[in-house]
Ligand binder design. Sequence first.
Ligand SMILES: Cc1cc2nc3c(=O)[nH]c(=O)nc-3n(C[C@H](O)[C@H](O)[C@H](O)COP(=O)(O)OP(=O)(O)OC[C@H]3O[C@@H](n4cnc5c(N)ncnc54)[C@H](O)[C@@H]3O)c2cc1C
Length: 470
Amino acid sequence: MPRVAIIGAGITGLITACALKDAGVEVVVIEAAERAGGPIHTFPHDDLLLETGPHTLLVRSTPVADTLDRLGLTGDIIDAHDAAETRFVVKDGVVTALPSSPLSLATTPLLSPLARLRLLLEPFIPRFSEPDIDETLASFVSRRLGREVYEYFVDPFVSGIWAGDATQLSARHAFPTLVEFEQEAGSIVAGALLSGLRKFQSDQENTRSPRRLLSFEGGLRRLVDACVDRLGDDLLLDSPVRKLRRDADDWRVIYQRGGARRGESADALVLTLSPRDLYDIEWENIDPPRGALSTLRDLPYAPCALAHVAYRRADVEHPLDGLGVLIPSCEGFHILGALFISSMFPNRVPDDLVQLSVFIGGARKPELAALDPGEILDLVDHDLSRLLGTRARPVTSRVIHWDRAIPQYEVGHGVFLDAMTNLEDALPGVFLSGGFRDGIGVPALIEAGLNRADSLQRHLGLSPSPEKTP
Ligand SMILES: Cc1cc2nc3c(=O)[nH]c(=O)nc-3n(C[C@H](O)[C@H](O)[C@H](O)COP(=O)(O)OP(=O)(O)OC[C@H]3O[C@@H](n4cnc5c(N)ncnc54)[C@H](O)[C@@H]3O)c2cc1C
């Protein structure tokens, strides 16, 4: 039976491994850290449950929903409270609800009357005459939808989700659907309407619509734990890979375990570690394209710090009746945004407290992500008192730093994609997969893991199972 070695037990590696194992392929997953999951982890702190990275999964596709099912997680799903339908953005220092319908878009104070008119004109703006040009997201959105839509809708979304800078991110690589709407329908509005219609039709045909914003009893780490249980002894933790070697028809993966160097053989390798970490691995008796490896080393990542804070409910003026608030960079605050955890998952937080997770740093202000916890909490406190009317210091807090939080698909990202293809072409049986290539969100990476498992089975001469789930 063929054997696949997967390097890195983040969500991409875990899902790929579970799907392969389920299809009867032998796997070994080799992870440097003491625990699996990368940024996905949950831990208790005082009376709270804190996430180290993502807080929710936005499940929109049947393969992802089925994967949770197969992992035995369906019964443990906790849907975000209905309040999470409301999202806030700051305009002129005021926390303002994002429009949730065409009617509220027509009256939202987030846009001036001129900006609303400009938005209506979008279908009449000619499509970009040079579709091959890699345009920044800021330029793309401003050109099509106007400057204010960019500043108050897109810039804060990009800071909050990507920890990114829309003046650097590539529209084509980071938001390919929007660019396709323009190229295919001639307009984002027309393309979105058409795609919404198609989605509506397919939801009508499907008895189950999978769209859910969710977590699990015990937090998102349950997803990781379920994969870890499924893999059992096929997952090696605390085992940083140091060297890759080609032995006759096999790959040999040399890793450190305790004081000793050990090895695993495999017919194929899936490399899910970041390109920066990949660069540090030694290659023996095979010469990978060095240029591709050093190009990849420079794939940019944004740093970010996450400040968990809980206040006495009476000490916060704002009702926090939504998912959270995002902050446009033109508003001049330090923080990127905050999730209202106690409104999303009210049963997790004691009644007399409210819990928030605040993001700071990102590609626009990387220096803030590196500050000491005390300095970060001072900035958080300063901004939250202005935005949400907090009247006291938090009763408890915890700061988590990520110096490489989210890969950035900036203008020129195609060079990195080409380097990945070059590496794979030069090294038969080696595949690269992960957030640096397949999308930054956990659901996208679950789908990438399923697809990678299918392509590996084809590569190994096994036909993939018809169901793409572990
Ligand atoms: C603060 C934060 C908030 C986020 N919020 C959200 C969110 O709300 N929703 C969402 O969908 N996504 C969110 N994300 C993004 C999402 O969590 C990540 O994109 C995803 O978890 C990355 O998975 P991965 O498998 O690509 O990489 P990773 O999880 O980074 O896995 C790579 C693994 O490789 C290991 N490794 C490195 N070097 C070696 C070596 N030499 N040998 C062996 N192993 C090695 C690493 O230890 C790591 O475990 C967030 C991320 C962060 C940091």
